[in-house]
Design a protein around this ligand. Structure first.
Ligand SMILES: [Zn+2]
Length: 343
C-alpha cells in the first residue's frame, strides 16, 4: 500500500482531491500542480500515477482509494518502467521543445499498452516555450478519455494563461519546519553510514532550502552548502570593497548558473521582505541584508529580482555565468552607501 500522505503529510490536501475525484469518477483530464522547488511535486505526480494505474486499489477507512503496491502496474511504476507513463522534462536547452510536445500528443491518442489509461507528466510546465505551449493546447482542448496530463509548475515561474485555464489547478504547500525535518531525518537514516550528513548540515540545508524537503536532501548530500558559503564570503567581501568583482564572480561561477541565480534571487527576495518589515529566510545573510534594507527603498530589491529573471530567461541561450555573476554583483554593490569625500 502506498499512501503518500503518510510519508509526506503536507501533500495530503492535493492528494485527497485526486482520491475523491477518482472515487467519484470525475477525474480531471489535466492537472496543474504548483509548488516551490523541492517541495515534492514529482513525488506527488508519481503517487498519482500509481493510484490512477493500479489494478486493485485498496479502500481505506474513509473509502478513499490507495494504490496496492503489489499488482503488475504498481511494480512497473515503482521500477520507473511503466510503458503507459511518460515524463517530459527540459533537455539541455533548459526548455521543453516542440518535438517533445509532439511526442506527448501522439502518446495521448495512442492505446494504453498494459494499463487502463495513460499518464503524461510535464516536469516542468513553466519551461514550455511559446511554441511548445501552443502545441500543447490541442491536447488540452480535445481531451482523450483514457489520458491524464499532469503539469508541474515551480512557484513564481509563469505558465501561459491559455494552458492554466484548461487545467484543474492544485498547489502543494511548503511543510512546517517540523514536518520537513522529520522527513529529512527519515530519508537520511536510509543512506549508507559515512554518507549521512551531520545534524548541523541538515539544519543548514533546511534553512537554505526554505524547508522544501527534497531540495534540503539534495543540499545535505551535495556540494551546495560549501559552495554557497564560499560565494557568500566573497559576496560580503566584495560589498565591503575588500575583493575585486572578478574574484567574487569566480566563487559564484563555481555554483553553476542555476544555483547562482537561485542564491541571488533568494537574497533579493529576503531584501524585499526586510524592506517591507519582514525577516530574512537566509538567517546567515540577514544581518548584511538588513543593513542594505535600512538604506535602500524597496524598489531596489525588486530591480535586483528583475535582473535575476532577465538572466534566467537569457540562460536559455548559453550565457557566461562568470559575466552574469559580475553584472549581478555590481548591481548589488550599488546598494552600498557611498562614503562622503573628505573636504
Ligand atoms: Zn496496484
Amino acid at each position: 500500500m502506498t499512501d503518500i500522505a503518510l510519508k509526506m503529510p503536507w501533500l495530503k490536501k492535493p492528494w485527497q482531491v485526486i482520491q475523491s475525484r477518482l472515487s467519484e469518477g470525475r477525474l480531471p483530464h489535466a492537472l496543474l500542480v504548483t509548488g516551490e522547488c523541492g517541495v515534492g511535486k514529482r513525488a506527488w505526480a508519481d503517487a498519482v500515477s500509481s493510484l490512477l494505474l493500479c489494478a486493485k486499489p485498496l479502500r481505506k477507512e474513509a473509502g478513499t482509494p490507495v494504490a496496492c503496491g503489489q499488482c503488475r502496474q504498481c511494480q512497473l511504476i515503482s521500477a520507473s518502467s511503466h510503458p503507459d507513463v511518460r515524463v517530459y522534462a527540459p533537455e539541455k536547452s533548459r526548455m521543453i521543445k516542440i518535438e517533445q510536445v509532439r511526442q506527448l500528443s501522439a502518446f495521448a491518442v495512442s492505446s494504453p499498452q498494459v494499463a487502463s489509461r495513460k499518464i503524461a507528466v510535464i516536469d516542468r510546465a513553466d519551461q514550455l516555450n511559446i511554441n511548445s505551449a501552443n502545441a500543447l493546447l490541442k491536447t488540452l482542448e480535445e481531451p482523450v478519455p483514457d489520458f491524464v496530463l499532469i503539469l508541474l509548475q515551480e512557484s513564481g515561474r509563469p505558465v501561459l494563461p491559455t494552458i492554466r485555464s484548461r487545467c484543474q489547478v492544485l498547489s502543494i504547500p511548503v511543510p512546517s519546519a517540523e514536518q520537513a525535518e522529520q522527513w529529512l531525518v527519515g530519508e537520511v537514516a536510509e543512506l549508507e553510514e559515512g554518507k549521512q550528513p551531520s545534524p548541523e548540515l541538515m539544519a543548514k540545508s533546511l534553512m537554505l532550502a526554505g524547508n522544501a524537503p527534497r531540495l534540503a536532501l539534495e543540499y545535505a548530500t551535495g556540494e551546495f552548502p560549501a559552495l554557497r558559503d564560499e560565494a557568500f564570503d566573497k559576496f560580503r567581501q566584495f560589498m565591503k570593497g575588500q575583493v575585486a568583482v572578478a574574484e567574487a564572480a569566480k566563487a559564484f561561477k563555481a555554483l553553476g548558473l542555476e544555483d547562482m541565480l537561485w542564491l541571488f534571487e533568494g537574497w533579493a527576495s529576503d531584501l524585499a521582505r526586510l524592506c517591507a518589515g519582514g525577516t530574512a529566510n537566509d538567517h546567515e545573510a540577514g544581518e548584511m541584508l538588513g543593513f542594505l534594507a535600512s538604506r535602500n527603498p524597496a524598489w531596489r530589491a525588486h530591480e535586483l529580482l528583475d535582473q535575476v529573471r532577465e538572466t534566467r530567461a537569457a540562460g536559455v541561450y548559453n550565457v557566461n555565468p562568470e559575466l552574469e555573476a559580475s553584472r549581478l554583483l555590481i548591481a548589488w554593490r550599488e546598494l552600498m552607501p557611498t562614503k562622503r569625500r573628505a573636504s
